[in-house]
Design a protein. Structure first.
Length: 278
């Protein structure tokens, strides 16, 4: 069943737990206050929203992001020339890796991880290249009550250095000894807008749980990393030319499929500044 409103914008859910496709909107046009409010409600309700056939400019994409907050640059990618806050997403036959090849929440190693990201893909492979999204609300709610209570008292370290330095070595980029973000966050995060609770650990950035022995921390994190991958928490988005995904980074994780080599997949991403998890 679709969600309709006075602005004419329609949100069609992809699954019962996460994802909706937004209809009857042209992101090249100025978004009214009513239209913006409906998009905001759809994002908070469905956690990730999708748009088709949006042949927008970089400036259009940036303006959409700015409606939700300040744009921030990625800590390990130089960005598009003249637009440092725009991350280039690209893979072709010469690529040694792709962005997002493991389940993760974007830049969770930051003191204030991003609120969300808006990705537009403008060149797609003939087959493959989907992105999977998982609801961390659903992952949290599927745990037993004793496990939820136990996790609610814990915090974890999120460290950007191991992942970003490995990426740079793989692609042959010299980071000049750059220091990367490292932060401590609650294992269970409360969404600042919805008040819902969700898991906030991911296998790219979360390195250990404070207060536990290393063996205990490793076992618990491995359990949680595998738990969030359950298909019942997910939706899967098949990209078409000029499709857009806008995900709430505070309550989701995502995974990009690299099943299309040696074909090309290209796009631009803007990221909205977030706040400190609690």
């Amino acid at each position: 069943m679709s969600d309709k409103n006075d602005s004419g914008i329609t949100a069609i859910p992809l699954t019962p737990v996460i994802g909706a496709e937004i209809k009857n909107i042209d992101l090249r046009e100025d978004l009214s206050e009513g239209g913006f409010e409906e998009l905001r409600k759809a994002l908070y309700s469905h956690q990730v929203i999708f748009f088709r056939d949006q042949d927008i400019t970089v400036e259009n994409q940036k303006e959409l992001g700015k409606r939700f907050g300040e744009l921030v640059a990625h800590p390990n990618d130089p960005g598009l020339q003249g637009h440092p806050e725009v991350m280039i997403i690209h893979a072709d036959e010469s690529s040694k890796r792709i962005a997002g090849e493991r389940w993760h929440s974007d830049v969770s190693c930051s003191d204030e991880p991003p609120m969300g990201s808006i990705l537009r893909i403008f060149k797609v492979p003939k087959h493959g290249g989907d992105t999977l999204f998982a609801s961390m609300y659903a992952a949290y709610e599927a745990l037993s009550e004793p496990m939820r209570d136990f996790l609610s008292a814990l915090t974890a370290i999120h460290d950007g250095a191991p992942y970003y330095t490995s990426v740079n070595r793989k692609i042959g980029r010299d980071d000049g000894g750059k220091e990367y973000p490292k932060s401590e966050h609650p294992v269970i995060r409360t969404h600042p807008e919805t008040g819902r609770k969700g898991l906030f650990v991911n296998e790219i950035f979360t390195s250990r749980i404070i207060g536990l022995e290393k063996t205990e921390s490793d076992l618990l994190l491995n359990f949680l990393f595998n738990h969030v991958k359950k298909p019942e928490f997910q939706c899967r988005f098949h990209w078409e030319e000029n499709s857009i995904a806008f995900w709430d980074n505070r309550c989701t994780q995502h995974l990009a499929m690299w099943d299309y080599w040696p074909e090309v997949r290209s796009g631009y991403r803007v990221t909205v500044k977030g706040d400190r998890p609690f």
